[in-house]
Design a protein around this ligand. Structure first.
Ligand code: SAM
Ligand code: SF4
Length: 350
């Protein structure tokens, strides 16, 4: 169990030898807890339309420079089939918060996908009412990613106009109640974030008992209010990945595209620091440049000599052939009291 103070100390650690020891410990923990398999989850970005205005994101509604697209159901199923034909056993459907993606439509889409291909389905479509999540789960979706982004309620408020931190947490609780394998996570290096905030993010992921934890650096986008902010640091991000692995040994943790974008060997470094998932891009070619969360994305490819499959082999790991579900565990959430959580967060040792 790592205390909050120790987490802060390790996030602030600068000695190369001590940082190396931390990353190696996380790597060994990953090997022991989830093994040598690397799960490839095919990422299909089904719409870049978003009604929100998160200050950091290029898809925000106020960005008028971005041409918008929505994939038709037929295109989505085709992209899923093509990913399945390449051996992917999970597809991740991600989008902006698009009001055209109503729960009945998403449920219909999930049924079509499940009829057409032998894949697990992860959704990453943002916030919905409780009943909508249940509808999507009943249609057969397996997992849902909803990053909490930052656990500091004031920072959350300043970055997310018109949104509420409490609502975000409530959505995560609903996702768990609906029976999803639920993923959350944070950005590293957000303006106004401190090592203490990041430590609290890791404690939050642990308390949520997240099945998946996505941790990537913030990268400024030129058509957002944060265009002049500095990007998050790769080293800090790797330390956060490693500490999250220590806090959640059995979780699935991706080597994020944002880290790969920030540094050329980011995927390899994350895989050696506790990560066990890669999300190769399976969005149709014509839409890829339009899903511009941040500029110059460096998405992973699962074919060709530079593919992540080659990387996985080079590292002596294996590409998973199964769905990569998390094993059912005790749900630590029920009953979940947000104000008690907030009080506990101030002093909670892991
Ligand atoms: N709209 C959904 C949501 O917000 O949950 C899913 C899509 S959203 C584009 C997926 C993730 O992109 C967010 O959770 C956020 O962490 C990440 N993201 C957005 N803008 C970013 C930026 N400028 N740098 C790094 N990550 C960013
Ligand atoms: Fe929309 Fe998600 Fe981007 Fe926020 S992070 S603007 S909800 S796509």
């Amino acid at each position: 169990m790592i205390s909050r103070e120790k987490l802060i100390e390790l996030l602030e650690e600068r000695s190369p030898a001590r940082v190396r020891a931390l990353l190696d410990t996380a790597d060994r923990t990953r090997a022991y807890a989830v093994g040598e398999s690397v799960h490839l989850r095919a990422l299909i970005e089904i719409s870049n339309v978003c009604r929100r205005n998160c200050l950091y994101c290029g898809l925000r509604a106020a960005n008028r420079h971005l041409p918008r697209y929505r994939m038709a159901d037929r295109e989505i199923v085709e992209a899923v089939l093509s990913a399945a034909a390449r051996g992917r056993r999970t597809v991740v459907l991600q989008s902006g918060e698009d009001s055209a993606l109503t729960a009945p439509r998403v449920a219909r889409m999930i049924r079509r996908i499940k009829d057409a291909a032998d894949v697990a389905v992860t959704l990453s479509l943002g916030e919905y009412p409780r009943d909508d999540y249940f509808q999507m789960r009943e249609a057969g979706a397996d997992r849902y990613l909803l990053k909490h982004e930052t656990v500091d309620p004031d920072l959350y408020k300043s970055l997310h106009p018109g949104m509420s931190f409490e609502r975000r947490i409530r959505c995560l609780v609903w996702l768990k109640e609906a029976g999803f394998q639920a993923g959350s996570g944070m950005m590293v290096g957000l303006p106004g974030q401190s090592a203490a905030t990041l430590a609290d993010d890791i404690i939050f992921l642990r308390r949520l008992d997240a099945d998946m934890a996505g941790i990537g650096p913030f990268i400024p986008h030129p058509h957002t209010p944060l265009k002049h902010s500095s990007p998050g640091g790769a080293d800090l991000c790797l330390k956060a990945v490693a500490l999250t692995r220590l806090a959640l040994p059995f979780a699935h943790i991706p080597a994020t595209t944002a880290l790969a974008t920030l540094c050329p060997n980011g995927t390899e470094r994350a895989l050696k620091a506790g990560a066990d998932v890669i999300m190769p891009l399976a969005t149709p070619e014509k839409y890829r440049r339009l899903y511009e969360i941040y500029p110059d994305r460096s998405p992973s490819s699962d074919s060709g000599p530079d593919s992540v499959i080659e990387l996985v082999r080079r590292l002596g790991r294996t590409v998973s052939r199964d769905y990569g579900h998390t094993a059912p565990r005790l749900n630590l959430l029920a009953p979940f009291d947000i104000s008690a959580y907030k009080r506990a967060l101030q002093r909670c040792p892991l």
